[in-house]
Unconditional design. Structure first.
Length: 123
């Protein structure tokens, strides 16, 4: 099996907070990474201004951000280092309701995943 050149992939960041939509955002980003669609990087490190992770974010690659809700925490972390994402997705725009005591299963939400993959392919 041929190895994907990670340098050629766009970066993907996600919210990974405590709500159902935050965890779905993270699951989508992890799957995009493991499927070699995008290279996932650590948004907490960007928010914490960890030098190597800030440098990666500033590498002039296309950036996809998946936030769970309108608080847009992942996008705000990038804003803190003057980076604007190429593509920004907010999962509550897909009519998900933010809840704290339940999970959304990625296998049940593949339509949303596939929509995001198409956005990535069109960068």
């Amino acid at each position: 099996m041929e190895k994907t050149n990670k340098k050629a992939l766009p970066l993907i960041y996600s919210c990974s907070g405590c709500s159902n939509v935050a965890q779905l955002a993270n699951a989508i980003a992890v799957k995009a990474n493991t499927d070699s669609i995008a290279e996932m990087s650590c948004i907490a490190g960007v928010g914490g201004k960890v030098k190597s992770l800030v440098k990666k974010a500033q590498s002039n690659k296309s950036i996809i951000v998946i936030d769970g809700c309108v608080l847009q925490c992942a996008k705000e972390c990038l804003k803190g280092i003057n980076i604007e994402p190429t593509e920004h997705v907010i999962l509550t725009d897909y009519d998900f309701k933010k809840k704290y005591d339940s999970l959304l299963n990625l296998e049940d939400e593949m339509t949303v995943f596939n929509d995001i993959v198409e956005k990535i392919k069109n960068l």
